[in-house]
Structure formats: C-alpha cells, structure tokens
Design a protein around this ligand. Structure first.
Ligand SMILES: NC(=O)c1ccc[n+]([C@@H]2O[C@H](COP(=O)([O-])OP(=O)(O)OC[C@H]3O[C@@H](n4cnc5c(N)ncnc54)[C@H](OP(=O)(O)O)[C@@H]3O)[C@@H](O)[C@H]2O)c1
Length: 261
C-alpha cells in the first residue's frame, strides 16, 4: 500500500540563521535570495544601502525573511557590529557566507600600485578573517555548531599574472578556511570555501572593461565553454552550508565549469 503526504518539503536551509556578506549584488545577492528560498532567515551586508534594501525587499516580497546591515569589511568594528546585529535580530547564528570582495585593475606584479595591494589585502583577506572570527564567536556562543563558507576563486589555485594581489589574498583565504576547519571541527563547526570560475557579475564586467576579449579567453579555458550565472555559485555555497554536507569540512570546492580539470 502506498502512502502520500501533503506536508511541504523542507528547504535545504530551513530555519537556519544566515549571514551573507557582499549581498547587494552579484553572487552574494543570488545567495541571499537562494538561502531565503531554501528556508533560511538571512541577514545581508555590504556597503551600499540602496542595493541591500532592494535585494532585501525582493526577498520579503517572495515571502522570505531578510534584513540588512550596512558593513564595511575594511572596518573591524563594522564587521563585529554586523554579526552583533544578526544576534540582536535572531538570537543566534548558524551559517555564514563570506562572499564579499573587491577587485582592482589587472596589472602584472611589479606594476600593482601599493594602494591596490593594501586594499585587496584589507578587504579580501583581513575582512574575511575578521568576519570569520566574529562569526565563529557568535556560533559558539549561540547555536554551538554551524557552518561557514568563504568565497575564494579559481584565481587562487595557480599563479595569477593578471591579478597577483587578488590571487594571493584568495590563496590566503583558502589557508584560513583550512585552519578554521581544523580548529573548530571538534566543536561541530564546518568551514569550507567555494572557488568560482568566470561568473557574470559586475566584478567580471569591470575586468572586461580592461580586457575586451576576456570572456572569449576564459570560455576557451572552460570545458563548459560559458561563464557561470551567480545562482550557480550560490547553489554550491547553499549545499556546503546545509546539513546535507554534514561530513565536508576544509574543502575548497571549484565551481568553475571544469576549468581546473
Ligand atoms: N565574478 C567572478 O567571476 C568571480 C570569480 C571568482 C571569485 N569571485 C568572488 O566572488 C565574490 C563575489 O563577487 P561578485 O563577482 O559577485 O562581485 P560584485 O558583483 O562586485 O559584488 C561584490 C559584493 O561585495 C561587496 N563589497 C565589496 N567591498 C566591500 C567591503 N569593503 N565591505 C563590505 N562589502 C563589500 C559589494 O558591495 P559594496 O560595494 O556595496 O560594498 C558587493 O555586494 C567575491 O569574493 C569574488 O572575489 C568572483
């Protein structure tokens, strides 16, 4: 005899309290939308309030739960304040996607302006570390266990002659990911990273402005012969943050259309 049920299927992230950095546009906005659609209560952060408000209102209009807090990853107090806001709103933090990053114009190593190097390290590396530290403290003091995903890049995995500071910062993010996975695994906190390949966001469009043939060059290196849409990276992050990835920690997962194959 077969049985049927009318209950609503559980979302991948049902009832998780989630923080997403860089959620005003691109991969972060797609992730905030997806996490909310999968049942998470999402807090979005970035610097540009108009973008955060627009994505938050869109999620709410779809029936999701979302709030935003303006935060600059280059400012330690601002990062800690964003995590505190999650705790004020929801009393708990379960999962976080440290997605935000900046890019600078491409240049070979010896031509990188010092200010660009400092900006990349400050936001893409130190900002990620600040966020991880605050999130781990928040998870430990509330939910007790949880998961973090950092947004790295395929540009971290080999020499990166066009974006050397960016590649170095992202490789260091991979190291922070592994270190945290080892330190906090015993407490049930999983830490992973995604390493996207070419993804159609403003960041890649800004790079195309310097190298008009960029997409042709990158697509030729990509077995799937196309860039990712932001939601395709968000799907990988959602899965890694979900309980369905319960035995995965310390991994840097390429989401790159096969570019590393
Ligand atoms: N697109 C790609 O092809 C690609 C490939 C590999 C990896 N990635 C990585 O994917 C992640 C998302 O990139 P994306 O392509 O979606 O870029 P994007 O469209 O430029 O979005 C970046 C997000 O980060 C935020 N952000 C930048 N600086 C910040 C700061 N100082 N404090 C707080 N938030 C900040 C931005 O908002 P505000 O400017 O308003 O602060 C924005 O919401 C990044 O880590 C990037 O390195 C992208």
């Amino acid at each position: 005899m077969s049985t049927s049920t009318t209950s609503t299927p559980m979302g991948l992230l049902t009832d998780k309290i989630a923080l997403v950095t860089g959620a005003g546009r691109g991969i972060g906005a797609a992730s905030a939308r997806l996490f909310a659609a999968e049942g998470a209560k999402v807090v979005l952060t970035a610097r540009t309030e108009t973008e955060l408000r627009a994505v938050t209102e869109e999620i709410r209009a779809e029936g999701g739960t979302a709030d935003y807090v303006v935060c600059d990853l280059a400012d330690a107090a601002s990062v800690r304040g964003a995590v505190d806001t999650v705790l004020s709103l929801h009393g708990r933090l379960d999962i976080a996607f440290n997605n935000a990053a900046v890019s600078v114009p491409p240049a070979p190593l010896a031509d990188v302006p010092e200010a660009d190097f400092d900006l990349i390290l400050s936001v893409n590396l130190k900002g990620c570390w600040l966020a991880m530290a605050a999130e781990i403290a928040a998870i430990r003091s509330t939910a007790g266990s949880g998961a973090i995903v950092n947004n790295s890049s395929v540009g971290s995995l080999r020499g990166n002659p066009t974006l050397p500071a960016y590649g170095a910062a992202k490789r260091a993010v991979n190291s922070l990911t592994e270190s945290a996975a080892v330190s906090y695994g015993p407490e049930g906190i999983r830490v992973n990273a995604v390493a996207p390949g070419t993804t159609m966001t403003e960041m890649i469009k800004r790079w195309v402005a310097y190298e008009p043939d960029l997409l042709t060059r990158l697509n030729a290196k990509t077995p799937l012969r196309r860039p990712a849409e932001p939601y395709e990276v968000a799907e990988a992050a959602a899965w890694l943050l979900s309980d369905r990835a319960s035995y995965i920690s310390g991994v840097v997962l390429s989401v790159d259309g096969g570019m590393q194959a």
